[in-house]
Write a protein that binds this ligand. Structure first.
Ligand code: 13P
Ligand code: SF4
Length: 327
């Protein structure tokens, strides 16, 4: 590994102009017995070249059962960590070590440990969008597709801490009738959608169904026709007879929605500041660090590799496996 790559967090090597990146990526996958997994929030070209595209739960399930020697996780850092924890003998690669997650960053292990110590008798339910060190302090991991089911599996009077996403935690409290203690964390993308702009979009498209990810704030959840994980929202769009949908989650999901439902129309929910500063805040800047060029170089040079401290991995694998068993 070159020092310049290390400094940048990704392989910064030129790629020949004439090369067909997608074809080369597929060729290397075959040659190296590698698989490419991509989250729905990555750009369309990355999704199209992947062996499997899915939500956080499906990606973890897929990684757990693959017999490939190399997994390239096109997503964000915690997804690579989850794969490595589940598959310690495989080489787990990512496109760019800078692809973090504002939600995972909103909960560090030292602060969580202090909070747990202040609340004896509580069990910890952590969203998968957390570091391996936070998972190591956790009793069970959840994703947005299985959070309700897993929380329901605890006795009704169990004392639970839920973190780090306060919006998902609030939603699960409301649908399970619980009062879990909520960590005050959030995702910068889902926290940025404009309630007013969504209401306006609903007025302009009165027949459109509003699809909302549970990481969105409660006032947006309250307007939703369906609240679900990325896979859940995609399924709803495919199965529902409506032909128009407003989508309040990261806009990368529209790629699969449009591909699966070419006759339906999808409107990305606008973020708060889009008109004033022209930002693309309904795009996750971390997910967009995954590009075909970086994926090509990652496979070619087999770097950056995700490594997890073995002591942390040993503790973190238990709540992840518990999630997979309960899903
Ligand atoms: P899901 O794919 O589980 O809905 O998660 C969304 C997300 O925020 C991934 O980072
Ligand atoms: Fe993290 Fe939010 Fe990006 Fe998902 S969309 S990876 S929660 S920052």
């Amino acid at each position: 590994m070159k020092n310049s790559w290390k400094a940048k967090g990704y392989v910064d090597e030129p790629v020949p102009q004439e090369i067909d990146l997608a074809a080369e990526i597929r060729r290397m996958c075959k040659e190296k017995n590698a698989v490419v997994l991509a989250h729905y929030y990555t750009e369309g070209a990355v999704q199209d070249v992947a062996d499997f595209v899915g939500d956080s739960l499906a990606l973890a399930q897929w990684a757990a059962k693959t017999d490939a020697d190399i997994i390239v996780m096109c997503g964000v850092h915690f997804m690579g960590e989850t794969n490595k924890i589940l598959c310690p003998d495989k080489k787990v690669l990512v496109c760019d070590l800078n692809a973090g997650c504002s939600l995972a960053d909103s909960c560090n292990a030292e602060d969580l440990k202090r909070f747990i110590d202040e609340h004896p008798g509580y069990q910890v339910v952590s969203y998968v969008n957390t570091t391996a060190a936070v998972k190591a302090l956790t009793d069970v991991v959840v994703t947005s597709s299985n959070a309700k089911k897993i929380v329901d599996s605890f006795p009704q009077d169990a004392k639970l801490i839920f973190g780090p996403d306060k919006n998902l935690g609030g939603y699960i409290n409301s649908v399970t009738g619980r009062e879990m203690l909520l960590w005050n964390g959030g995702c910068h993308v889902h926290g940025q959608f404009s309630l007013e702009a969504i209401i306006q979009l609903k007025k302009e498209h009165p027949n459109a169904k509003l699809l909302v990810h549970p990481e969105c704030p409660a006032p947006i959840q309250a307007l939703a026709d369906v609240i679900g994980s990325t896979a859940g929202l995609l399924k709803f769009a495919i199965e529902n007879e409506a032909t128009e949908f407003i989508v309040a989650t990261e806009s990368g999901i529209l790629h699969q929605m449009k591909a699966s439902c070419p006759d339906k129309t999808f409107y990305p929910a606008p973020p708060e500041a889009s008109e004033t500063i022209g930002c693309q805040c309904n795009e996750c800047s971390f997910m967009r660090l995954n590009t075909l060029k970086k994926l090509y170089n990652t496979l070619k040079y087999e770097w950056p590799e995700i490594l997890v401290d073995p002591d942390i991995a040993e503790k973190a694998v238990r709540p992840i496996n518990r999630m997979l068993e309960l899903s």
